[in-house]
Design a protein around this ligand. Structure first.
Ligand code: NAI
Ligand code: MG
Length: 394
């Protein structure tokens, strides 16, 4: 295995707890790397007025691969109030550094596998015929367009003249014409054909490589005709190159409703930014929730890997920590796959599966306990005990 350099951004709160645990697992699995720790998050915002310092961006630019824990984000006004006194009133505006990284490095493909680990008490179960209980094996991989759409950041409250004038050219804007400008908030949903095509191509190629038999485009083209319509049109074009894979399309709202009916039927699911965010959380809820949800942010030459969960401030200071490190460990597994270390990735996934199946070591979320120091006395494993158990299986 070639020695790598990986940028590690623990971030805030439990990001600082779970990131080092993932490194322990990687090292135990024989993945050799130089870890370069980089600054990101709330502390940096407060101290420097920038949650994503240039030095961090430069490190990622140089090394191309990073692990990210989690950051704390707060709304604009709350963020401005917490700035160091000397930085206040300078017009600094807080923005999410992970959204910033996705845009800075054009990490336009987000991959979120949602796969059942047998034996996880958090697995979705369903009542079958005659009062039986079924535990369907979910094996869905969500491909979320990661840079455009509703999270593109092109938005205004009290839109300026040119924007208002432009909106006015649309007949449907008539309904808003009399609203005072300061009472008007506009967030755009801009999609480009190239990015629609890329997320769909990546989804199909992944399905092809990993033997999935269907790709579902999850949008709302009957209402959001232009943008969702473009996604679906591109999906039909790309599908021509993958005739052996079925193309399904569902509406995001209906998909959420049906999620608990037949989740095992879905393979690869492709969606634009916000719908991908929603549907990936939906599927993640069926396979263990935030303690298990991992994600990859992938561009042309940079990959950043992170658990879906945030900084969980309630548990950040708990000593010993009780949060589940598996989401972070599985994010590291996605990094290994991206680096071409498939065998090492598989060993770690198998070790996690073995710990879950055995059921001897379970964090508080897996035991469905209320979080807090008392969970340990109630039988919950600490964060590091879970990591130790995974390493033992390795
Ligand atoms: P959160 O994901 O931090 O935590 C919500 C709850 O989920 C926790 O209180 C805990 O009960 C559970 N949880 C989360 N991670 C867990 C783990 N590894 N093991 C066991 N249980 C876990 O979301 P919340 O509370 O809405 O946000 C807290 C902060 O995190 C906010 O400032 C938010 O903006 C930020 N955030 C950052 C994200 C990121 O860095 N990508 C993503 C989501 C939220
Ligand atoms: Mg989310």
């Amino acid at each position: 295995m070639a020695r790598r350099t990986v940028v590690v951004m623990p971030g805030d709160g439990i990001g600082k707890v779970v990131a080092p645990e993932a490194l322990r697992v990687l090292e135990a699995a024989g993945f050799e790397a130089d870890w370069i720790e980089a600054d990101i998050g709330w502390d940096l915002w407060i101290r420097e007025g920038n949650p994503l310092p240039d030095r961090t961006v430069e490190l990622i630019d140089r090394h191309k691969v990073a692990l990210f824990g989690a950051i704390t984000s707060k709304p604009k006004d709350a963020a401005a109030r917490e700035l160091a006194p000397e930085l206040r009133d300078k017009g600094l505006v807080y923005y999410s550094p992970i959204v910033g990284l996705r845009q800075r490095f054009d990490l336009d493909v987000s991959i979120r596998p949602c796969i059942t680990f047998p034996g996880n008490p958090l697995n979705f179960i369903r009542r079958g015929p005659g009062g039986t209980v079924e535990e369907p094996r979910v094996n869905a991989v969500v491909f979320r367009q990661n840079t455009e759409g509703l999270y593109g950041g092109v938005e205004w409250t009290n839109p300026p003249d040119q924007v208002w004038d432009a909106l006015n050219t649309h007949p449907k804007f008539k309904a808003f014409r009399e609203v005072p400008r300061e009472d008007l908030a506009v967030s755009t949903r801009i999609l480009t054909r190239a990015k629609c095509r890329r997320i769909i191509e990546e989804g199909f190629a992944y399905a092809d490589r990993h033997g999935y038999t269907n790709v579902t485009v999850c949008e709302k083209p009957n209402v959001i005709r232009e943008t969702s319509g473009m996604m679906l049109a591109e999906a039909h074009k790309v599908h021509e190159r993958f005739p052996h894979i079925q193309l399904w399309d569902t509406n995001i709202d209906a998909q959420m409703m049906w999620l608990t009916k037949n989740p095992e039927d879905y393979g690869v699911v492709v969606a634009s930014n916000m719908f991908g965010d929603i549907i990936s959380d939906g599927f993640a809820g069926l396979v263990g929730g935030l303690g298990f949800a991992a994600s990859a942010n992938i561009g042309r030459d940079v990959g950043i890997f992170e658990p879906t969960h945030g900084s969980a401030p309630k548990y950040a200071e708990l000593e010993p920590s009780i949060v589940n490190p598996i989401a972070m460990v599985l994010s590291a597994v996605l990094m290994l796959e991206w680096l071409g270390e498939a065998a090492c990735a598989e060993r770690i996934r198998t070790a996690v599966a073995a710990v879950v199946a055995e059921g001897r070591v379970r964090t508080y979320d897996m035991l469905k306990l209320r979080g807090g120091a008392q969970a340990i006395a109630q039988g919950a494993a600490t964060t590091s005990q879970m990591t130790d158990a995974i390493i033992e299986k390795l």
